[in-house]
Design a protein around this ligand. Structure first.
Ligand SMILES: Nc1ncnc2c1ncn2[C@@H]1O[C@H](COP(=O)(O)OP(=O)(O)OP(=O)(O)O)[C@@H](O)[C@H]1O
Ligand SMILES: [Mg+2]
Length: 373
Protein backbone atom coordinates (compact mmCIF):
# COMPACT_ATOMS: atom_id res chain seq x y z
CA UNK A 1 0.00 0.00 0.00
CA UNK A 2 1.30 3.43 -0.87
CA UNK A 3 1.79 5.69 2.10
CA UNK A 4 1.03 8.76 0.02
CA UNK A 5 -1.00 8.50 -3.17
CA UNK A 6 -1.74 11.38 -5.52
CA UNK A 7 -4.39 10.83 -8.18
CA UNK A 8 -4.68 13.40 -10.96
CA UNK A 9 -4.02 16.21 -8.50
CA UNK A 10 -4.55 19.67 -9.95
CA UNK A 11 -4.23 23.23 -8.68
CA UNK A 12 -5.63 26.33 -10.27
CA UNK A 13 -5.09 29.91 -9.08
CA UNK A 14 -7.76 32.10 -10.69
CA UNK A 15 -7.75 30.92 -14.29
CA UNK A 16 -4.21 29.61 -14.30
CA UNK A 17 -3.59 25.94 -13.69
CA UNK A 18 -0.18 25.55 -12.06
CA UNK A 19 -0.25 21.81 -11.26
CA UNK A 20 -1.54 19.80 -14.21
CA UNK A 21 -2.69 16.41 -12.99
CA UNK A 22 0.00 14.70 -10.96
CA UNK A 23 -0.12 10.95 -10.25
CA UNK A 24 2.33 9.59 -7.75
CA UNK A 25 2.65 6.69 -5.30
CA UNK A 26 5.08 7.00 -2.43
CA UNK A 27 5.79 3.82 -0.48
CA UNK A 28 5.89 3.61 3.30
CA UNK A 29 9.30 4.71 4.54
CA UNK A 30 10.47 6.11 1.22
CA UNK A 31 12.41 9.36 0.86
CA UNK A 32 11.18 11.00 -2.32
CA UNK A 33 12.64 14.27 -3.61
CA UNK A 34 10.56 16.62 -5.77
CA UNK A 35 13.02 18.41 -8.04
CA UNK A 36 12.45 21.24 -10.49
CA UNK A 37 13.25 24.88 -11.25
CA UNK A 38 11.65 27.87 -9.54
CA UNK A 39 7.92 28.21 -10.18
CA UNK A 40 7.32 24.64 -11.40
CA UNK A 41 4.84 23.87 -8.61
CA UNK A 42 6.95 21.98 -6.04
CA UNK A 43 5.83 23.93 -2.98
CA UNK A 44 2.23 23.95 -4.17
CA UNK A 45 2.30 20.16 -4.42
CA UNK A 46 3.84 19.78 -0.96
CA UNK A 47 1.41 22.25 0.60
CA UNK A 48 -1.50 20.35 -0.93
CA UNK A 49 -0.24 17.14 0.73
CA UNK A 50 0.09 19.00 4.04
CA UNK A 51 -3.38 20.49 3.67
CA UNK A 52 -2.12 24.08 3.77
CA UNK A 53 -3.46 24.54 0.23
CA UNK A 54 -6.73 23.13 -1.09
CA UNK A 55 -6.68 21.00 -4.23
CA UNK A 56 -8.70 22.02 -7.27
CA UNK A 57 -9.25 18.47 -8.54
CA UNK A 58 -8.08 14.93 -7.86
CA UNK A 59 -7.42 12.96 -4.72
CA UNK A 60 -4.70 12.74 -2.10
CA UNK A 61 -4.52 9.75 0.25
CA UNK A 62 -2.18 9.29 3.22
CA UNK A 63 -1.90 5.83 4.79
CA UNK A 64 -4.74 4.64 2.57
CA UNK A 65 -7.16 7.35 3.75
CA UNK A 66 -8.35 10.12 1.43
CA UNK A 67 -7.39 13.39 3.12
CA UNK A 68 -8.89 15.88 0.66
CA UNK A 69 -11.21 17.31 3.30
CA UNK A 70 -9.03 16.77 6.35
CA UNK A 71 -7.55 19.64 8.32
CA UNK A 72 -3.72 19.88 8.23
CA UNK A 73 -3.38 18.75 11.86
CA UNK A 74 -5.43 15.61 11.20
CA UNK A 75 -3.13 14.45 8.40
CA UNK A 76 -0.16 13.42 10.53
CA UNK A 77 2.36 15.43 8.46
CA UNK A 78 5.09 17.63 9.91
CA UNK A 79 6.51 20.29 7.63
CA UNK A 80 9.93 21.99 7.72
CA UNK A 81 10.23 25.24 5.79
CA UNK A 82 13.09 27.14 4.22
CA UNK A 83 12.69 30.06 6.63
CA UNK A 84 12.50 27.80 9.75
CA UNK A 85 9.55 29.83 11.17
CA UNK A 86 10.75 29.52 14.78
CA UNK A 87 9.14 31.51 17.61
CA UNK A 88 11.75 34.21 18.31
CA UNK A 89 10.69 34.84 21.92
CA UNK A 90 10.88 31.16 22.92
CA UNK A 91 14.01 29.19 23.80
CA UNK A 92 15.15 26.22 21.73
CA UNK A 93 13.56 23.84 24.27
CA UNK A 94 10.27 25.76 24.17
CA UNK A 95 10.29 25.85 20.38
CA UNK A 96 10.84 22.11 20.11
CA UNK A 97 8.32 21.27 22.85
CA UNK A 98 5.61 23.74 21.85
CA UNK A 99 3.34 21.27 20.05
CA UNK A 100 3.54 18.89 23.02
CA UNK A 101 2.65 21.71 25.41
CA UNK A 102 -0.40 22.61 23.33
CA UNK A 103 -1.35 18.92 23.26
CA UNK A 104 -1.30 18.98 27.09
CA UNK A 105 1.69 16.72 27.74
CA UNK A 106 2.88 16.94 31.39
CA UNK A 107 5.98 19.05 31.93
CA UNK A 108 8.33 16.28 33.08
CA UNK A 109 7.47 14.02 30.16
CA UNK A 110 7.84 16.93 27.76
CA UNK A 111 11.25 17.80 29.16
CA UNK A 112 12.45 14.25 28.68
CA UNK A 113 11.18 14.08 25.12
CA UNK A 114 12.63 17.48 24.16
CA UNK A 115 15.93 16.36 25.68
CA UNK A 116 16.01 13.21 23.56
CA UNK A 117 15.12 14.97 20.31
CA UNK A 118 17.62 17.78 20.99
CA UNK A 119 20.36 15.24 21.74
CA UNK A 120 19.72 13.38 18.49
CA UNK A 121 20.18 16.66 16.61
CA UNK A 122 23.24 17.81 18.56
CA UNK A 123 21.31 20.65 20.18
CA UNK A 124 21.61 19.74 23.88
CA UNK A 125 23.89 22.64 24.75
CA UNK A 126 21.62 25.21 23.10
CA UNK A 127 18.34 24.38 24.85
CA UNK A 128 18.17 27.68 26.76
CA UNK A 129 19.12 29.94 23.85
CA UNK A 130 16.71 31.95 21.72
CA UNK A 131 16.71 31.47 17.90
CA UNK A 132 18.41 34.88 17.46
CA UNK A 133 21.47 33.48 19.25
CA UNK A 134 21.86 30.51 16.88
CA UNK A 135 23.55 29.98 13.52
CA UNK A 136 21.49 29.17 10.44
CA UNK A 137 22.32 25.47 10.65
CA UNK A 138 21.40 25.32 14.35
CA UNK A 139 18.07 27.06 13.66
CA UNK A 140 17.43 24.58 10.89
CA UNK A 141 18.00 21.72 13.31
CA UNK A 142 15.59 23.28 15.81
CA UNK A 143 12.97 23.41 13.06
CA UNK A 144 13.62 19.73 12.36
CA UNK A 145 13.37 18.93 16.06
CA UNK A 146 10.03 20.64 16.25
CA UNK A 147 8.81 18.44 13.39
CA UNK A 148 10.40 15.24 14.80
CA UNK A 149 8.95 15.51 18.28
CA UNK A 150 5.47 15.03 16.90
CA UNK A 151 6.50 11.61 15.55
CA UNK A 152 4.67 12.34 12.32
CA UNK A 153 3.59 9.74 9.78
CA UNK A 154 5.08 11.91 7.05
CA UNK A 155 7.88 14.50 6.95
CA UNK A 156 7.49 17.29 4.40
CA UNK A 157 10.54 19.46 3.73
CA UNK A 158 10.33 22.57 1.54
CA UNK A 159 13.89 23.60 0.53
CA UNK A 160 15.04 23.41 4.15
CA UNK A 161 18.72 23.81 3.29
CA UNK A 162 18.75 26.66 0.80
CA UNK A 163 19.52 29.37 3.39
CA UNK A 164 22.65 27.57 4.55
CA UNK A 165 26.18 28.00 3.30
CA UNK A 166 27.55 25.31 0.99
CA UNK A 167 29.44 23.27 3.60
CA UNK A 168 26.63 23.31 6.11
CA UNK A 169 24.22 22.27 3.38
CA UNK A 170 26.29 19.17 2.65
CA UNK A 171 26.52 18.37 6.38
CA UNK A 172 22.75 18.80 6.90
CA UNK A 173 22.05 16.65 3.88
CA UNK A 174 23.93 13.83 5.56
CA UNK A 175 22.01 14.50 8.82
CA UNK A 176 18.66 14.28 7.05
CA UNK A 177 19.66 11.05 5.33
CA UNK A 178 20.81 9.55 8.66
CA UNK A 179 17.66 10.71 10.42
CA UNK A 180 15.64 9.03 7.71
CA UNK A 181 17.59 5.79 8.06
CA UNK A 182 17.04 5.84 11.82
CA UNK A 183 13.35 6.74 11.88
CA UNK A 184 12.21 5.35 8.52
CA UNK A 185 9.52 8.03 8.27
CA UNK A 186 7.98 8.53 4.83
CA UNK A 187 9.50 11.78 3.55
CA UNK A 188 8.79 14.22 0.74
CA UNK A 189 11.62 16.67 0.18
CA UNK A 190 11.40 19.63 -2.20
CA UNK A 191 14.48 21.21 -3.79
CA UNK A 192 15.65 22.91 -6.98
CA UNK A 193 19.18 21.60 -6.41
CA UNK A 194 19.80 18.46 -8.45
CA UNK A 195 22.89 17.47 -6.46
CA UNK A 196 20.81 17.58 -3.28
CA UNK A 197 18.18 15.44 -5.00
CA UNK A 198 20.72 12.90 -6.29
CA UNK A 199 22.43 12.47 -2.92
CA UNK A 200 19.30 12.30 -0.73
CA UNK A 201 16.60 10.53 -2.67
CA UNK A 202 15.41 6.96 -2.89
CA UNK A 203 13.49 8.27 -5.87
CA UNK A 204 13.40 11.64 -7.62
CA UNK A 205 10.29 13.24 -9.10
CA UNK A 206 11.45 15.68 -11.79
CA UNK A 207 8.88 18.46 -12.36
CA UNK A 208 8.62 20.97 -15.18
CA UNK A 209 5.91 23.64 -15.37
CA UNK A 210 3.40 21.79 -13.21
CA UNK A 211 3.93 18.42 -14.90
CA UNK A 212 5.89 15.39 -13.70
CA UNK A 213 8.51 14.63 -16.37
CA UNK A 214 10.01 11.52 -14.79
CA UNK A 215 10.06 9.50 -11.60
CA UNK A 216 12.97 7.22 -10.88
CA UNK A 217 15.95 6.38 -8.70
CA UNK A 218 18.87 8.82 -8.94
CA UNK A 219 20.68 6.30 -11.17
CA UNK A 220 17.62 5.93 -13.43
CA UNK A 221 17.14 9.62 -14.06
CA UNK A 222 20.87 10.09 -14.58
CA UNK A 223 21.48 7.14 -16.88
CA UNK A 224 18.18 6.99 -18.67
CA UNK A 225 16.47 10.39 -18.81
CA UNK A 226 13.00 10.15 -20.38
CA UNK A 227 13.15 13.64 -21.89
CA UNK A 228 15.76 16.15 -23.02
CA UNK A 229 14.47 18.39 -20.22
CA UNK A 230 15.43 15.81 -17.56
CA UNK A 231 18.65 15.05 -19.46
CA UNK A 232 19.72 18.69 -19.32
CA UNK A 233 18.62 19.23 -15.71
CA UNK A 234 20.24 16.20 -14.08
CA UNK A 235 24.00 15.89 -13.80
CA UNK A 236 26.84 18.38 -13.47
CA UNK A 237 26.94 19.26 -16.29
CA UNK A 238 23.71 18.06 -17.90
CA UNK A 239 23.70 15.74 -20.89
CA UNK A 240 25.29 17.17 -24.07
CA UNK A 241 22.42 17.56 -26.55
CA UNK A 242 22.89 18.10 -30.29
CA UNK A 243 20.48 18.15 -33.21
CA UNK A 244 21.21 15.48 -35.84
CA UNK A 245 19.67 13.39 -38.60
CA UNK A 246 19.53 9.63 -38.17
CA UNK A 247 20.33 7.08 -40.84
CA UNK A 248 18.97 3.82 -39.44
CA UNK A 249 20.50 1.63 -42.15
CA UNK A 250 24.01 2.80 -41.40
CA UNK A 251 23.51 3.24 -37.63
CA UNK A 252 24.86 6.74 -37.76
CA UNK A 253 23.66 10.25 -37.11
CA UNK A 254 24.79 13.25 -39.09
CA UNK A 255 25.35 16.51 -37.23
CA UNK A 256 24.40 19.91 -38.66
CA UNK A 257 27.84 20.49 -40.15
CA UNK A 258 27.92 17.08 -41.86
CA UNK A 259 30.11 15.27 -39.33
CA UNK A 260 28.96 11.73 -38.56
CA UNK A 261 28.69 9.77 -35.32
CA UNK A 262 27.79 6.11 -34.77
CA UNK A 263 25.09 5.02 -32.30
CA UNK A 264 24.28 1.50 -31.08
CA UNK A 265 21.92 0.13 -33.71
CA UNK A 266 21.31 -3.00 -31.63
CA UNK A 267 19.86 -0.83 -28.88
CA UNK A 268 17.72 1.34 -31.18
CA UNK A 269 16.93 -1.04 -34.03
CA UNK A 270 14.02 0.77 -35.53
CA UNK A 271 14.09 4.53 -35.14
CA UNK A 272 13.56 5.32 -38.81
CA UNK A 273 15.28 8.06 -40.78
CA UNK A 274 15.00 11.71 -39.88
CA UNK A 275 15.74 14.40 -37.33
CA UNK A 276 16.67 13.39 -33.78
CA UNK A 277 18.38 14.94 -30.79
CA UNK A 278 21.42 13.01 -29.65
CA UNK A 279 22.71 13.08 -26.09
CA UNK A 280 25.86 11.91 -24.34
CA UNK A 281 27.41 12.53 -20.93
CA UNK A 282 30.48 14.72 -20.49
CA UNK A 283 32.12 11.65 -18.88
CA UNK A 284 31.61 9.69 -22.13
CA UNK A 285 33.71 12.12 -24.16
CA UNK A 286 37.40 11.43 -24.70
CA UNK A 287 39.97 13.32 -26.68
CA UNK A 288 41.26 11.27 -29.59
CA UNK A 289 42.71 12.03 -33.01
CA UNK A 290 40.43 11.66 -36.03
CA UNK A 291 37.26 12.01 -33.97
CA UNK A 292 34.64 14.72 -34.31
CA UNK A 293 36.37 18.00 -34.84
CA UNK A 294 35.52 21.26 -33.16
CA UNK A 295 37.23 24.03 -31.23
CA UNK A 296 38.15 24.75 -27.64
CA UNK A 297 36.31 27.55 -25.80
CA UNK A 298 37.33 27.35 -22.13
CA UNK A 299 38.05 24.99 -19.25
CA UNK A 300 36.58 24.74 -15.75
CA UNK A 301 39.13 23.39 -13.28
CA UNK A 302 37.75 20.81 -10.84
CA UNK A 303 41.03 19.96 -9.17
CA UNK A 304 41.57 16.35 -10.25
CA UNK A 305 39.70 16.89 -13.52
CA UNK A 306 38.55 19.54 -15.97
CA UNK A 307 35.34 20.37 -17.74
CA UNK A 308 36.41 21.28 -21.26
CA UNK A 309 33.87 23.44 -23.10
CA UNK A 310 34.07 23.28 -26.87
CA UNK A 311 31.99 24.07 -29.93
CA UNK A 312 31.08 21.18 -32.24
CA UNK A 313 28.72 21.51 -35.19
CA UNK A 314 27.66 24.89 -33.85
CA UNK A 315 26.69 23.51 -30.41
CA UNK A 316 28.37 23.57 -27.03
CA UNK A 317 29.81 20.25 -25.93
CA UNK A 318 31.27 19.72 -22.46
CA UNK A 319 33.82 16.98 -21.82
CA UNK A 320 34.85 15.76 -18.36
CA UNK A 321 38.54 14.93 -18.62
CA UNK A 322 40.93 13.81 -15.90
CA UNK A 323 44.29 15.44 -15.44
CA UNK A 324 45.05 18.88 -16.80
CA UNK A 325 45.08 19.67 -20.48
CA UNK A 326 46.28 22.97 -21.83
CA UNK A 327 44.39 24.60 -24.65
CA UNK A 328 43.96 28.16 -25.81
CA UNK A 329 40.62 29.53 -26.98
CA UNK A 330 40.07 28.59 -30.62
CA UNK A 331 42.44 25.57 -30.55
CA UNK A 332 41.17 22.61 -32.58
CA UNK A 333 39.73 19.70 -30.54
CA UNK A 334 38.98 16.16 -31.64
CA UNK A 335 36.79 13.94 -29.49
CA UNK A 336 35.25 10.50 -29.50
CA UNK A 337 32.07 9.10 -27.98
CA UNK A 338 31.48 5.33 -27.94
CA UNK A 339 28.31 4.33 -29.87
CA UNK A 340 26.93 2.71 -26.69
CA UNK A 341 27.10 6.10 -24.92
CA UNK A 342 24.92 7.88 -27.48
CA UNK A 343 21.28 8.34 -26.43
CA UNK A 344 18.50 9.31 -28.82
CA UNK A 345 15.54 11.64 -28.35
CA UNK A 346 12.68 12.76 -30.56
CA UNK A 347 13.74 16.06 -32.19
CA UNK A 348 10.28 17.55 -31.79
CA UNK A 349 8.87 16.30 -28.48
CA UNK A 350 12.18 15.78 -26.68
CA UNK A 351 11.01 12.33 -25.51
CA UNK A 352 13.45 9.44 -25.42
CA UNK A 353 12.98 7.52 -28.65
CA UNK A 354 10.64 4.58 -28.46
CA UNK A 355 11.79 1.09 -29.36
CA UNK A 356 14.93 1.16 -27.26
CA UNK A 357 16.08 -2.37 -26.47
CA UNK A 358 17.27 -2.37 -22.87
CA UNK A 359 19.67 -4.91 -21.37
CA UNK A 360 17.82 -7.68 -19.46
CA UNK A 361 19.12 -6.58 -16.05
CA UNK A 362 17.88 -3.07 -16.63
CA UNK A 363 14.42 -4.23 -17.71
CA UNK A 364 13.99 -6.31 -14.55
CA UNK A 365 14.57 -3.49 -12.11
CA UNK A 366 12.49 -0.92 -13.96
CA UNK A 367 9.03 -0.97 -12.42
CA UNK A 368 6.92 1.89 -13.65
CA UNK A 369 5.26 3.49 -10.66
CA UNK A 370 3.93 6.61 -12.28
CA UNK A 371 1.32 7.17 -14.91
CA UNK A 372 1.35 10.60 -16.44
CA UNK A 373 -2.12 12.04 -16.87
N1 LIG B 1 -1.29 32.08 -4.04
C1 LIG B 1 -0.96 32.07 -5.34
N2 LIG B 1 -1.69 32.74 -6.25
C2 LIG B 1 -1.39 32.72 -7.56
N3 LIG B 1 -0.36 32.03 -8.09
C3 LIG B 1 0.40 31.33 -7.24
C4 LIG B 1 0.15 31.31 -5.82
N4 LIG B 1 1.08 30.51 -5.24
C5 LIG B 1 1.88 30.07 -6.25
N5 LIG B 1 1.49 30.55 -7.43
C6 LIG B 1 2.09 30.25 -8.75
O1 LIG B 1 2.12 28.85 -8.91
C7 LIG B 1 3.32 28.45 -9.55
C8 LIG B 1 4.00 27.39 -8.72
O2 LIG B 1 4.44 27.97 -7.51
P1 LIG B 1 5.28 27.17 -6.43
O3 LIG B 1 5.46 28.06 -5.25
O4 LIG B 1 4.65 25.86 -6.19
O5 LIG B 1 6.67 26.96 -7.17
P2 LIG B 1 8.00 26.28 -6.67
O6 LIG B 1 8.30 25.19 -7.62
O7 LIG B 1 7.90 25.94 -5.23
O8 LIG B 1 9.07 27.43 -6.89
P3 LIG B 1 10.33 27.90 -5.96
O9 LIG B 1 11.46 26.98 -6.28
O10 LIG B 1 10.61 29.28 -6.48
O11 LIG B 1 9.89 27.87 -4.53
C9 LIG B 1 4.14 29.70 -9.76
O12 LIG B 1 4.00 30.11 -11.09
C10 LIG B 1 3.54 30.70 -8.81
O13 LIG B 1 3.64 32.00 -9.32
MG1 LIG C 1 8.82 26.66 -3.50
Amino acid sequence: MADIALRDVRKTYGKTEVVHGVNLDIAHGELVVILGPSGCGKSTLLRMVAGLEGITAGEIAIGGKVVNRMEPRERGCAMVFQNYALYPHMTVAENIGYAMKIAGMPKAERKEKVGKVAASLGLSEFLDRKPGQLSGGQRQRVAMGRAMIREPKVFLYDEPLSNLDARLRVAMRVEIRKLHQRLGTTTLFVTHDQVEAMTLADRIVVMNKGVVEQVGSPTDVYQRPETTYVAGFIGTPGLNLLPAVADVDAGIVTLRDGQRLAYDRGRWPDIGHGPVTIGFRAEAVSLAPNGLSGRFDFAEELGAAQLIHGTFAGETVVAHLSGSNHFSPGDPLSFRVAPSDVQLFDAETGHRLAGEVRPAAETRKATPILVKA
